[in-house]
Design a protein. Structure first.
Length: 255
């Protein structure tokens, strides 16, 4: 009887170990699910937004993919593209991506007067974004409280209607003797942060980069949400696509 009980205990332990191993594999990197939004024509190619989620449905990153041809035959004038997320991921923190092609750059000159993409990840609906500025520029430039602003970020230009106020990183290379290639901006309106923006030059993308840049964090966050700890810019020779993403999303409680 004792031998039988020992055998039963051994087999039960073996089954439990196999189950744990199986669960571990399901919860590994292969369990990340990527949901793609609809494609939008850009240049000679296309772009689309996506969100990656873990097995619990939590977002781990949000980004856009641009086909290699999207960098060719871009318009000579500024152009705005709206990239929607997959409808099955509408519960996550980010609502849509407003991708702006700045054909000849923009202010402040001479820092950002280079052809580049502004990749705005908004946590408000597009209809609300379109109303920004309707109550005047003072509302746009109203600053969030200090604890919500990362260190060494400042507003350097006035607020942009239908977009918001832009907070620039004064420690970025382009403000310290180097030419602008990529940078990261926080955006606000009426004292609330509403978008997070990697800004990437056309020339930098053509170098086929593979970079991940850590982001300084504020002391507190205004609302519950999934905030990037880094941003990624990379090219895949396998898929011939460029990726620009908010990466290592971490949940923060609003204070």
């Amino acid at each position: 009887m004792k031998l039988t009980n020992r055998l039963l205990l051994f087999y039960a332990s073996l089954v439990m170990m196999l189950l744990i191993s199986s669960c571990s594999k399901e919860g590994g990197s292969n369990s990340i699910k990527i949901l793609y939004g609809p494609s939008v024509s850009i240049g000679n190619g296309e772009g689309r937004a996506w969100v990656s989620e873990d097995i619990y449905g939590n977002p781990t990153a949000v980004g856009i993919d641009l086909s290699e041809a999207a960098l060719s035959n871009l318009p000579q004038m500024n152009q705005e593209y709206i990239l929607q997320f997959n409808s099955n991921s509408i519960s996550h923190f980010y609502k849509f991506v407003c991708l702006n092609w700045s054909a000849h750059g923009h202010i402040p000159n001479p820092v950002y007067d280079i052809s580049h993409f502004d990749v705005h990840f908004y946590n408000i609906e597009d209809s609300i974004r379109m109303m920004i500025g309707s109550n005047g520029s003072n509302e746009i430039t109203l600053a969030p409280a200090t604890q919500y602003i990362p260190s060494n970020y400042e507003q350097l230009i006035g607020g942009a209607p239908t977009m918001g106020a832009h907070w620039f990183d004064l420690l970025a290379p382009e403000f310290n003797g180097s030419i602008f290639t990529k940078t990261f901006i926080w955006g606000s309106n009426n004292g609330q942060f509403i978008f997070w923006e990697p800004m990437i030059t056309h020339d930098y993308l053509l170098t086929h980069p593979n970079s991940e840049t850590s982001l300084r964090q504020p002391l507190a966050f205004q609302q519950d949400g999934w905030y990037p700890q880094s941003y990624t810019v990379k090219y895949s020779a396998t898929t011939n696509k460029y990726t620009i993403a908010l990466s290592k999303l971490a949940f923060k409680q609003g204070q």
